[in-house]
Design a protein around this ligand. Sequence first.
Ligand SMILES: [Zn+2]
Length: 425
Amino acid sequence: MFHFWQTRACVWLTVACAIVFARCAFAAENISPLGTAHDWDLLARYQKTMTREDFSRLLESVYCPNGAADAWIKTEAESARILESKGDDSFTLRFATSESARRPRGHLWMTRATLPPRKPSGPLSDLRIALDPGHLGGTWAQMEERWFKVGDAAPVQEGDMTLRVAQMLAPRLQQLGAKVSLVRDKLEPTTSKRPDDFEELAKAILKKGGITQPHEDFVGPADPEKEQSVHWNRDLLFYRNSEIRQRAEIVNEKLRPDLVICLHFNAEPWGDPANPTLVDKNHFHVLVNGCYLAPELEFDDERFEMLRRLLSRAYLEEVTIAEKLAESLANKTHLPAYEYTKDNALKVGTSGYVYARNLLATRLYQCPTVYLEPYVMNSREVFARVQAGDYEGTRNIDGKEQPSIFREYADAVVEGLLEYYKGRK
Ligand SMILES: [Zn+2]
């Protein structure tokens, strides 16, 4: 049977396809690897939720410094016109005429100001925190280049260490009333994809970059030509791109927290991982999302994601939390701030430790997100502390009485959060 409604549906489908095709034909989409072509109409919920002053301030001093978005965003008196792609399609964002005329914008996460009053369960009651232990660790640590080994000592694997901190931190935050979840809870990827799935995409990316006859394999992490090989690119698409996109899916669709804390350990270049360079330098810094570079904003999906973050006002919450965590990390570790030497990060806040930077995780997680980078894993002192493992009290390490590095890290996070949320109602 062939019903009239089916015919009509088919006609409409044909028309819709033609429209979509026409749009694609004229407006060349430029989507980053494994990225999503977003529906710009989703930003309509932010109409009149922000004044021109707030929008310009966030755009210029946090998200797109040095005119990085000038080719894409034209700010006028009452609205901003944002190019959706290289074609003519643009999204018009209308500003609120004044702070008091701002339309409320709905998001699922709570700020310190919107959390319900503190309950007897503790100072962090009703706060939903997701802990995101960076990297994969375990058998993946060498592939993700977060592994080094000195002589007969146990290998240092960042992904194992971040999970250890997360597992120490979770019960402590729960005791303070928070609802805590781990974005990753084992030494395994959350993505179901594997490097083999990205063989063809890796070749296509290399081809786009002008490498038409790439090497299939590379010798090791120190191989200067590794970035031109199919295997290195394929692995990177798996353990970084696909993995972080899956974590974003977990954060945004399943956990829906008020705050994500990404746990990492930093490092200085260590050269050959089997014979690594140990250094004296030790430092820390804290990241929030921002500081997009002009080439990153060329991608339609990244531009959309930048605006979604800016308009969500997550920055206002996360930068204050980042400052509190930086303060408590500074008090505990006495480490100096890491100083970026390139233009891919921008100092924000007043502590000197907090930077804005466009990382995939901080861009895709749709709630306040603070990304911690304490300790240089291949500094002599940190290496010795990692080898000492976890213990109670203090031990003499590198000539100083020191607590377990994992406890010190967890303590600093707890104290920073307590300091911030004690200001709630
Ligand atoms: Zn890391």
